[in-house]
Design a protein around this ligand. Sequence first.
Ligand SMILES: Nc1ncnc2c1ncn2[C@@H]1O[C@H](COP(=O)(O)OP(=O)(O)O)[C@@H](O)[C@H]1O
Ligand SMILES: [Mg+2]
Length: 359
Amino acid sequence: MSPKPLTVCLLFGGRSGEHEVSLRSAASVSRNLDPARYRQVLIGIDQAGVWHLQARAGFRRESYGERLELVPAKRPLSVVPGGGLAAGGRRIAADVVFPVLHGTFGEDGTVQGLLEVAGLPYVGAGVLASSLAMDKDKTKEVWRQAGLPVVESLTLRDASPASVEAARAAFPLPVFVKPSAAGSSVGIRKVSTPDELGPALAEALRYDTKALVEPAVDAREIECSVLGNEEPQAFPPGEVVPRHEFYSYEAKYLDPQGAELHLPAELPVATRDEVMRLAVAAFRAVECSGLARVDFFVEKGGGRIWINEINTLPGFTNISMYPKMCEVGGLAYPRLLDRLLELALERHRRRAGLLFSRE
Ligand SMILES: Nc1ncnc2c1ncn2[C@@H]1O[C@H](COP(=O)(O)OP(=O)(O)O)[C@@H](O)[C@H]1O
Ligand SMILES: [Mg+2]
């Protein structure tokens, strides 16, 4: 007798700037979940943050692939503390949730906290790792503390003349100015002259209360998929070659030829192995679980390796780097989904066995 199918709840859309990417990632996840093993419940989150239970999966074909449609629902959705999810007061059966959400209010620990309160297992990092990884400033602090190589940076909270002067004095130009918590390269500028510093700081501070100033590294951009809970495993890295001045929002999403992907990346064996080792170390240092894509800079001259950032819910379309790197490493997309769901349940079971008060 085959086991009872598991009900997987896909959360997609969301309030972040990466709403559209999420619709595409979720279409790929939905298509690749083996119907013999899984039932699906779909919940779309609109740009105002309202959750809508979908009667069925609506796919829309587009030039670059497929996306899910988000159909407004009448019955209000609620999260029941300790009791999962409900629509119009009726419980929604869900064994595990896959938040296919990127960026703010999805990848940053807020939805993870809600799912913890609901008592539901979910794919990916918990509250701590999700919210830590969203804050580039704090993540770098933790990595530095762990002895991991990160690019120097200065954190600023306003664009006052004193801050602009501090930024100018910190590093020789060019520098990168970026919001500490954002994504998709929004609010990021490469600054080559001193008079661009003030406007770049002001721009970054539109997206977060903290901005980072970093020396510009002349580097190849290498990314590495990590999968697992207590024993995370890294896959052979890939390379992104942006055709723009850097891997900007335009290069990522607007220009179909914005970047070339190389899978696997052509790297000396020692560099490849070091990237994989550092990816696992970076994952562990932020207490991550499930999955993450760790992004690196490998200096063009000396080959020096820097960890740039960690994404706890990376792009997940079937042409996205994360699943592609897993596939090149021998784990096909549908099997990757099986593994992520297993890891979610495993983590939930492990935590359910913990004591939360004195016995
Ligand atoms: N210090 C840096 N040196 C060189 N390029 C950088 C630097 N910081 C950012 N970039 C460029 O900007 C892109 C986006 O920056 P990143 O820190 O990865 O933010 P995001 O979370 O938006 O992806 C990088 O992929 C890279 O092309
Ligand atoms: Mg990045």
